[in-house]
Design a protein around this ligand. Structure first.
Ligand SMILES: NC(=O)c1ccc[n+]([C@@H]2O[C@H](COP(=O)([O-])OP(=O)(O)OC[C@H]3O[C@@H](n4cnc5c(N)ncnc54)[C@H](OP(=O)(O)O)[C@@H]3O)[C@@H](O)[C@H]2O)c1
Length: 327
């Protein structure tokens, strides 16, 4: 595992334990900064090593959770040696030669991989899990999304910065910031990502990756990505326009039977998806399913996902499980 000391990598360790993934030899790798530190895995302290071509070339499966530049440098080494790189970064997501896989939606795309498999971004994954069955039943015509994204989605440094700001505010000290352009605690920030023209890079990723996983290259999608002062758990408000009319009760039942989805939907008793409730879960929670009468065949819903589990680690481990199943 490359990036074993990071936010996504730390959760990968837990998910591999939880799912009892079959492992012979295991190497926890990161940069030279963390070499020699320890991570806990299966009741053992494992010493973190510095990523190197030799270890990667001798590995059957390598999980990459260390950023795009590291994946671009090292994933080809794994593939060239006959292993498979399961990549959490954005490096290969839009590469037509590399499958972009959400197992509940497009597991078949994995066949014919050439040693690198990409995983979508932590917003694109839950959207694909929920939009996939809606498209199969009703046909998607248009999608609009507003996100509420947790600090841990920006890595361990932003999660730690938010926690420090919470303490500062609690003790009446002025909160400080280093890794993010605004104080996140007590705030809601529609930015903080690199910009691509007028859109955040995150918005362009969500649009491109959802289209690719659903195999709907022309699907109109409008997205505004927003960071909120939550530690773990991304949420999104989603409005869809469908080819065929969708009754809310029928859509609720369809999603209740969809793989990877847990419907939490009884607003009268205050049951709906929240980041706090979804943290630690592998399913995408969906609720507030109702007609959107502002548009023809419109449906509105709210979803939440643990960005570190299904948004990152769980999807990657599911991909690796499929690789084993396919031999
Ligand atoms: N956080 C999420 O919710 C999430 C969701 C989906 C995808 N991802 C993707 O997962 C990747 C990691 O994100 P993160 O949030 O876990 O970041 P993070 O908390 O900042 O962790 C980064 C990890 O990468 C390692 N690393 C950095 N540069 C390296 C290098 N040159 N060589 C080897 N290892 C290096 C770090 O090791 P050191 O300890 O040595 O610095 C650390 O283990 C990114 O590509 C991100 O897009 C994250």
């Amino acid at each position: 595992m490359v990036g074993a000391t990071g936010a996504a990598g730390g959760t990968l360790l837990r998910v591999l334990e939880d799912r009892v993934f079959p492992i012979g030899d295991f190497h926890a790798l990161a940069s030279a900064r963390s070499a020699g530190s320890l991570v806990r895995f299966r009741d053992h302290d494992v010493t973190v090593g510095e990523v190197s071509d030799d270890i990667l070339a001798a590995s059957d499966i390598v999980f990459f959770a260390a950023g795009g530049a590291t994946s671009r440098r090292f994933a080809p080494v794994v593939a060239a040696a006959g292993g498979v790189a399961v990549d959490k970064s954005s490096a290969y997501r839009m590469d037509p030669a590399v499958p972009l896989v959400v197992p509940e939606v497009n597991a078949a795309a994995l066949r014919g991989h050439a040693g690198i498999v990409a995983n979508p971004n932590c917003v694109a994954i839950p959207l694909a899990v929920v939009l996939g069955p809606l498209h199969a039943r009703y046909g998607l015509r248009h999608v609009t999304v507003a996100t509420y994204q947790a600090a841990s989605g920006g890595g361990r440094a932003l999660a730690a910065e938010l926690a420090a700001q919470e303490r500062d505010d609690a003790y009446g000290r002025p909160p400080t910031r280093q890794v993010y352009p605004h104080v996140l605690h007590g705030n809601v920030v529609p930015g903080g990502w690199a910009m691509v023209g007028d859109d955040t890079e995150e918005e362009t990723k969500v649009i491109g990756e959802v289209r690719r996983v659903l195999d709907l290259p022309e699907l109109p999608i409008g997205v505004t990505t927003v960071r909120v002062p939550v530690s773990v758990g991304h949420a999104a408000a989603v409005w869809v326009e469908l080819d065929q009319p969708a009754d809310a009760a029928e859509a609720r039942e369809l999603l209740a039977n969809a793989p990877g989805v847990l419907v939490v939907d009884d607003a009268a008793t205050q049951q709906y998806p929240t980041p706090r409730a979804v943290a630690g879960c592998d399913e995408v929670h969906v609720g507030r399913i109702r007609a959107d009468r502002s548009r023809g065949n419109g449906l509105a819903l709210f979803l939440a996902v643990d960005n570190l589990r299904k948004g990152a680690a769980t999807n990657a481990v599911q991909v690796a499980e499929l690789l084993l199943l396919e031999g």
